[in-house]
Design a protein around this ligand. Structure first.
Ligand SMILES: Nc1ncnc2c1ncn2[C@@H]1O[C@H](COP(=O)(O)OP(=O)(O)OP(=O)(O)O)[C@@H](O)[C@H]1O
Ligand SMILES: [Mg+2]
Length: 357
């Protein structure tokens, strides 16, 4: 297994800058998820780590040794793609064993390795079937098996579950995590699905427009997003934002529609300034208007069965409040909104970077 280090990695296609000064250190046995919107450079970065795409600047090291000039075979990393690319005329056993055959392993050796991988992936009963007789999830497991049989130094996954339906994705998410636990293999996993990132990662790398926005554990990023982009990218429903003004000494935050007292310790040296305030839908309580400093007008109530999403006009912004109680609310009704100041995220209106705690 292996540690992987990216230092100052950049990529240009012609005059176009695709990745800019990417620095990521991935520990041995770590499961790191690269997440970000479509086109932000995730696949390009993964292909550069795999050695399938040359880098324009910086260094990529595996176990401390720079591999910039090594081809994909010499890097000994296995890549699993969204499209499984199985050979249609080969059985499961032949597909899984193929990399070993290419390597010139003996038939006995191949059989032993295929049996071991098939047992880990619960594919024993499917070894004689061709891909067309397998479900999407089973095909994805065969593709995994083909990567595992090589015993690579690390696994690189590029959206391996995006062709599966929601239920199967959930199932495969759990399987992949369990597999990672048992193999202890260093893994880099690319997705644009924030739920996949939150549930699977030891650490998440949030990318945007070719840059790393923040690196941390799922809960670090959720609880203390470094900027408005990360705050808005992770969490469902999306975090609520509103323009506001932070008072000198951080005593309170003035929203368009009311003043919210903060009563915080240790933030008294911060100057008064325009801010973007963020509160997650799950952290807001709907209360009577006379006991809340902030008010909103009900636009819509959505019942999902378990939770209720209340969509509100708060000043010039649209907010969502998610609660477990089934409020009886009418469109146009005014309600009070309450939250613990510890759950208020404040970002500088000019830089969009987090300020305060
Ligand atoms: N060979 C190429 N020549 C020029 N531009 C390219 C090339 N390959 C990729 N790009 C551009 O680089 C950017 C990043 O692409 P990439 O495939 O890495 O994005 P991604 O984050 O994986 O997106 P998605 O989530 O849609 O898969 C895109 O704007 C893409 O158009
Ligand atoms: Mg991609």
């Amino acid at each position: 297994m292996a540690s992987i280090d990216l230092v100052g990695v950049s990529k240009q296609f012609g005059a176009l800058s695709i990745l800019d000064d990417v620095n990521i250190s991935i520990g041995d046995r770590e499961f790191v998820v690269l997440v970000g919107p479509s086109g932000c450079g995730k696949s390009t970065l993964l292909r550069m780590i795999a050695g399938l795409e040359p880098i324009s600047d910086g260094t990529i090291s595996i176990d401390g040794a720079i591999v910039n000039h090594l081809g994909p075979q010499k890097r000994d990393l296995a890549m699993v793609f969204q499209t499984y690319a199985l050979y249609p005329h080969m059985t499961t056993a032949q597909n899984i064993g193929f990399p070993l055959k290419l390597r010139g392993s003996s038939p006995e050796q191949i059989e032993r390795s295929v049996a071991r991988v098939a047992s880990t992936l619960h594919l024993e009963a499917l070894l004689d079937r061709q891909p067309r007789a397998l479900s999407g999830g089973q095909r994805q497991r065969v593709a995994m098996g083909r990567a595992m049989v090589r015993e690579p130094r690390a696994f690189l996954f590029d959206e391996p579950l995006s062709n599966l339906d929601a239920k199967l994705r959930h199932h495969m998410r759990i399987e992949l995590r369990q597999l990672h636990k048992s193999l202890g293999a260093t893994s880099i996993y690319v997705t644009h699905d924030q739920i996949e990132a939150m549930t699977m990662a030891d650490r998440i790398v949030v990318m945007n427009r070719g840059k790393v926005e923040q690196i941390g554990t799922p809960l670090e990023l959720f609880d203390r997003p470094a900027n408005t982009f990360v705050a808005g990218f992770l969490g469902s429903p999306t975090i609520n934002f509103a323009k506001a003004r932070l008072s000198a000494g951080s005593k309170d935050v003035t929203f368009e529609d009311g003043i919210y007292p903060l009563a915080l310790n240790g933030a008294s040296d911060i100057a008064a300034q325009d801010v973007i305030a963020g509160v997650r839908p799950q952290h807001i309580e709907i209360v009577a208007t006379d006991v809340a400093p902030l008010k909103g007008t009900v636009v819509l109530v959505e019942h999902t069965g378990c939770e209720t999403n209340v969509i509100l006009d708060v000043g010039n912004s649209e907010w969502t409040v998610q609660t477990l109680s089934r409020h009886r609310l009418n469109q146009g009704e005014q309600v009070g909104l309450k939250f613990d100041p510890a759950h208020l995220h404040l970002f500088s209106a000019s830089s969009q970077e987090r300020i305060l705690w």
